[in-house]
Write a protein that binds this ligand. Structure first.
Ligand SMILES: [Zn+2]
Ligand SMILES: [Zn+2]
Length: 142
């Protein structure tokens, strides 16, 4: 997506362009992803938005994220088996997860990702690269 789309009106137009009915909750969930580049889980989004939107449920968030993912305006990361995370930056990039603090960082400058859309006749629709280790903040503390 165009990462500069962060205001409510821009998001509303963006969702409509993608054929998504821009309900208030959908706009707020997308806005959250656009402004919180932390690869949040459903729980994180729920905990941060439920005070502002008391009618919001985890099911709504889950369904909304599924819809966004089907429309290919967000991607999900499954670095851990039981922890799905989401982001609205759909450009291919790698991820680094800190095993100490749990932060997931975007890695863009190292680019070991595949640039071809067809490999050996196979059509590539998704690629994920996950790195794990100790992040620079955590190594500094020790
Ligand atoms: Zn860390
Ligand atoms: Zn990312």
């Amino acid at each position: 997506m165009d990462v500069t789309v962060r205001d409510i009106d821009g998001i509303k137009r963006y969702l409509m362009n993608e054929g998504i009915n821009p309900s208030y909750q959908r706009i707020k969930i997308f806005e959250y992803l656009a402004n919180h580049r932390i690869h949040p889980t459903v729980d994180t989004i729920y905990n941060d938005l439920c005070r502002e939107i008391p009618t919001l449920s985890k099911t709504t968030i889950y369904n909304t994220l599924n819809l966004f993912e089907q429309k290919e305006i967000i991607t999900s990361l499954s670095i851990e088996k039981n922890e799905l995370r989401y982001e609205c930056d759909t450009r291919p990039h790698a991820h680094f997860k800190c095993t100490v603090c749990g932060t997931v960082y975007d890695i863009r400058h190292e680019f070991p990702l595949v640039t071809k859309s067809v490999i050996d006749g196979h059509k590539v629709t998704e690629q994920q690269l996950y790195l794990k280790g100790i992040c620079k903040n955590c190594s500094r503390d020790s």
